[in-house]
Design a protein around this ligand. Structure first.
Ligand SMILES: [Fe+2]
Length: 206
């Protein structure tokens, strides 16, 4: 089931890239090398990430013939934005792109992608592309941002009542608002979960 869907009253977006095996083959070896040289980040639940390590994967786009894939992601972002009636005079662009890996028993602490100060541009949409994923490798967990519901139902204010989990699979793309609090449940399989994450900004259409 691809296309726009809603959780709480918030619009999310899912799509699936048929040639994801090709993306894995092109990115995998370089990513593995990068992951090997990184230490797990304790504040992120011991996920290993290339984020902020001076290895922005956008530079790989040209050399690794990944433009079809990144163009497909940007088209998906446009569909998502159209559903929210974003101004057609602006277009999405990648602010940055990085890799994450969660091995057995590792998850990803909840976080947001609103890093305006760091990048001098506003991240409006956060995205993940799943190179190797399945429910056992970790489910995407998103937290209900509805503080009104929280204040009226304090007894239900638990992780179970106020989060939703999504199954994601290799080749899936998921987009959400940058401010959305989200994480990943523990990988209960023996296969590492590998994702490419990115921040999307907007600029005037050229
Ligand atoms: Fe994230």
């Amino acid at each position: 089931m691809n296309g726009v869907f809603e959780l709480f009253p918030v619009k999310f977006y899912r799509n699936h890239y048929q040639q994801h095996g090709l993306v894995s083959a092109l990115l995998g070896p370089q990513l593995d090398q990068l992951f090997e040289s990184q230490k797990p980040i304790r504040s992120l639940g011991n996920t290993i990430t290339t984020y902020g390590r001076g290895q922005d994967m956008l530079e790989w786009e040209e050399t690794l013939l990944l433009k079809d894939w990144t163009d497909w992601i940007l088209q998906s972002v446009r569909q998502y934005w159209d559903s929210m009636e974003f101004d057609s005079g602006v277009e999405p662009f990648f602010i940055n792109m990085w890799g994450n890996i969660q091995k057995t028993d590792i998850g990803l602490q909840k976080h947001r992608h609103s890093y305006i100060a760091k990048h001098k541009v506003s991240t409006i949409t956060a995205g993940s592309f799943y190179l190797s994923a399945s429910p056992d490798q970790g489910r995407l967990i998103v937290e209900n941002p509805d503080s009104v519901a929280r204040s009226f139902m304090p007894l239900a204010d638990t992780d179970d009542g106020f989060t939703q989990e999504l199954d994601v699979y290799s080749g899936d793309l998921v987009l959400m608002p940058a401010w959305m609090l989200h994480g990943v449940t523990s990988n209960i399989s023996t296969t590492p979960r590998v994702t490419i994450a990115f921040d999307i900004g907007y600029r005037s259409r050229q």
